[in-house]
Design a protein around this ligand. Structure first.
Ligand code: HEC
Length: 116
């Protein structure tokens, strides 16, 4: 019984400490989601900040869905982003990204596709 109470307190605690910015998704207990989130924060976000955010801060979509600086939007557009950078359509009016950076979009798409 003590063990169960302990686990309950620990899970309450980690729930209370979880990042609130993507609360609507509520997938903090999902390993695949966490893997995608970690990869986004540590690897992909800097590429997006450098190459995409000048336009994709959301202002060319009514619902702000093209702000790829936001994890939820990035997840929802993972394959679209990969297709656009792999084809060279994006960055608009810019040089095609390096293969290394394109691979990061592909890796992110694969991680997102693994989310149940
Ligand atoms: C110079 C501005 C500019 C830059 C930089 C840019 N985009 Fe875009 N992007 C646009 C515009 C404008 C559209 C919408 C019109 C269209 O589809 O051509 C668009 C559309 C898209 C779409 C289709 C879905 C949508 O939001 O309409 C994706 C996916 C996309 N961009 C990804 C990227 C990624 C990833 C990068 C960075 C590697 C990037 N873009 C950089 C201007 C830009």
């Amino acid at each position: 019984m003590k063990k169960i109470t302990f686990l309950f307190v620990v899970s309450l605690f980690s729930f209370a400490c979880s990042n609130s910015s993507d609360d609507e998704i509520m997938r903090d207990d999902n390993e695949a989601y966490k893997a995608a989130e970690t990869f986004y924060n540590n690897t992909l976000k800097s590429v997006i900040t450098t190459n995409c955010i000048s336009c994709h801060a959301g202002y060319h979509s009514k619902d702000n869905s093209s702000n790829y600086g936001n994890l939820t939007n990035a997840i929802n557009n993972a394959s679209g982003m990969y297709n656009q950078v792999n084809s060279g359509n994006m960055p608009l009016d810019g040089d095609k990204l390096s293969q290394d950076d394109i691979d990061k979009f592909e890796d992110f798409m694969d991680l997102v596709n693994a989310i149940p």
